[in-house]
Design a protein around this ligand. Sequence first.
Ligand SMILES: CC(=O)N[C@H]1[C@@H](OP(=O)(O)OP(=O)(O)OC[C@H]2O[C@@H](n3ccc(=O)[nH]c3=O)[C@H](O)[C@@H]2O)O[C@H](CO)[C@H](O)[C@@H]1O
Ligand SMILES: [Mn+2]
Length: 269
Amino acid sequence: MALNVLTPWLAPIIWDGTYDIDILDNQHNSTRIGLFVFAVKKYIRFLLPFLESAERYFMVGHNVTYYVFTDKVNEVVKPKMADGHILQLHDVVADQRWQDVSMRRMEILTVFTKEHMPNEIDYLVCADVDMVFNDHVGVEILGDLVATIHPAYFLSEKGAFTYERRPISTAYIPHGHGDFYYMAALYGGKVDEIYKLSMACQKGIVEDKKKNIEAVWQEESHLNRYLVYNKPTKVLSPEYLWDTILPNGELIKKKRFLAVHKNHKEVRN
Ligand SMILES: CC(=O)N[C@H]1[C@@H](OP(=O)(O)OP(=O)(O)OC[C@H]2O[C@@H](n3ccc(=O)[nH]c3=O)[C@H](O)[C@@H]2O)O[C@H](CO)[C@H](O)[C@@H]1O
Ligand SMILES: [Mn+2]
């Protein structure tokens, strides 16, 4: 099985060994990078390990601003941070359903990528909080529009991708369309690109809600729909999103960003 390093539209797929970090670090010596994360309700428990692991592995030596959104600003324990790193804490409503918390991220992104972030950062990286950095994740992931291949589907036939297949949803992707199944737990890009992406996804989410439907994988379905018709300029291999319970781990030499195992029922209620 050959693992591709280039998409059919000639965007690089980033694996260990495809880039020289010294060259890239130099190119980005004044780049400002944001990391956007929600830690709402019980998910606050994941925040400190997430941030501590980010301090160890994420954009080391660069300017980083963490944008943390939580309903428990007063409970946040701040990690020890490197010089030039900033932690911004923002209040966000706690939706009852975990699906709504997860989708709320798109709405917040439409606001922040328009009003605050353009003056503060050049690139934004959006992540799930129930994750830990486990190896280097650096400026090699920066690009205009960047998405990560879902680690459960990197060897799958397109027909097996769990895109939204109901035409009534705005996230609908017809059979035969689409290139990869991307996971919403890590994506990013230039601030104005994430503004466009979040606007499109949020619009779709709202339209679906009006019709009383919810895409099969919530905002991940809308993200996939957007990326079928707006191709990412860089694609991250499953090195950048891995879960140790998955098969084919021997193909993934660097496991850079790992899912934390959780009891879904307990943590979501
Ligand atoms: C294997 C699997 O089932 N994957 C799906 C599941 O991912 P996950 O099981 O990874 O979703 P999740 O429970 O991590 O929720 C996504 C993120 O929303 C935030 N959050 C969520 C709930 C909450 O009470 N508080 C909070 O802060 C938090 O940043 C979290 O990491 O659901 C997502 C929701 O769209 C995607 O569809 C994923 O494909
Ligand atoms: Mn998650």
